[in-house]
Ligand binder design. Structure first.
Ligand SMILES: NC(=O)c1ccc[n+]([C@@H]2O[C@H](COP(=O)([O-])OP(=O)(O)OC[C@H]3O[C@@H](n4cnc5c(N)ncnc54)[C@H](OP(=O)(O)O)[C@@H]3O)[C@@H](O)[C@H]2O)c1
Length: 286
């Protein structure tokens, strides 16, 4: 039986996923790190982690400002690639495994494509996507046999500046919305992802995994469901094409992840609509 890791360094504990992981890992010995006290783009983080002597390092931190990465590619790579290298080196020194969180944007997202864990990556959408793809290569090359790469998509949690929050704020401000209807993805609730990650590291089955809530939708369908659950179902939402919503980066149109490797271990996540309903229920409790 694989020994469940008890001594864990968690990087990015204040982020959407990091907060959920901190809850899901309650009761274990956690070294919780985040910016600005600790900057993973600096090599010193490896000394701090190696000094703690973890069995597992979880990287929930990243430069996640996708459009901003186009302006500051070096800063994005310093965090998302060099930072991950520092964590991998800390794992080498302490004999720890690394769980690294990646993204559906490592795939090009061609029309009608569904991506499994073993499909070849080919990031196209911009600096952020290419930095995440490069980080996967760093992890695989430095920690053969001792890494978990968990790709996820369209993440949200309470307190995050996520798509739900933006849609509700825009509906309240404008009274009607235009939302892209030709970009597809898997909305994923961070507490569900955190629970799946904990089950994975307890299993000890290293490798590459796709963890998202089950099912997929367009941004438009997500917005309509979020507004309905938030008591704003009367707000009109016009479907538009991504060409009508110019951005500095063009996200992959159809980078939908399929969970095959996790499902083989019995690790699956519930449908995205159920998770979204719980998110809005817990929001209304506060
Ligand atoms: N959000 C999504 O839709 C999505 C989709 C697919 C995959 N992912 C991946 O999932 C993971 C978690 O995403 P998330 O949405 O939870 O991210 P998040 O909420 O933006 O949190 C990221 C955390 O990393 C920290 N961080 C940034 N630069 C750092 C540095 N130099 N040193 C140490 N910490 C630093 C951030 O601190 P500051 O806030 O102070 O910068 C923040 O606390 C990331 O790997 C991301 O690439 C996210």
């Amino acid at each position: 039986m694989f020994p469940s890791p008890q001594r864990i360094a968690l990087v990015g504990f204040r982020g959407q996923l990091g907060r959920a992981l901190l809850d899901a890992l309650a009761g274990r010995e956690i070294l919780a790190l985040d910016f600005p006290e600790v900057d993973m783009s600096q090599p010193a983080i490896a000394d701090q982690i190696a000094g703690f002597g973890p069995q597992l390092v979880i990287n929930a931190a990243a430069w996640t400002d996708v459009d901003g990465a186009e302006e500051k590619p070096d800063a994005c790579y310093a965090v998302n690639v060099s930072g991950v290298q520092h964590l991998a080196l800390a794992c080498q020194r302490s004999g720890a495994s690394l769980l690294h969180v990646s993204t559906n944007e490592v795939f090009p997202g061609e029309a009608a494509r569904f991506y499994r864990e073993w499909d070849a990556t080919a990031a196209r959408s911009g600096v952020y996507a290419r930095s995440k793809e490069a980080a996967e290569k760093v992890v695989i090359s430095l920690l053969a046999g001792r890494f978990y790469i968990v790709r996820t998509a369209w993440l949200y949690n309470k307190g995050g500046n996520n798509f739900n929050a933006k849609i509700i704020a825009a509906a309240d401000k404008h009274g009607s919305l235009r939302v892209v209807a030709d970009e597809f993805g898997n909305p994923t609730y961070a507490p569900d992802l955190a629970a799946a990650i904990v089950r994975l590291v307890e299993s000890g089955h290293h490798g590459i995994y796709h963890f998202t809530n089950r099912g997929y939708c367009t941004r438009h369908q997500w917005a309509v469901e979020a507004l309905r659950l938030a008591g704003r179902g009367h707000v009109p939402v016009a479907p538009i094409s991504s060409g009508e919503w110019p951005r500095r980066t063009a996200p992959p149109p159809h980078a939908i992840l399929l969970n095959t490797a996790g499902a083989a271990l019995g690790i699956t996540l519930r449908p995205w609509q159920e998770a979204l309903a719980e998110y809005f229920e817990t929001m209304s409790d506060e």
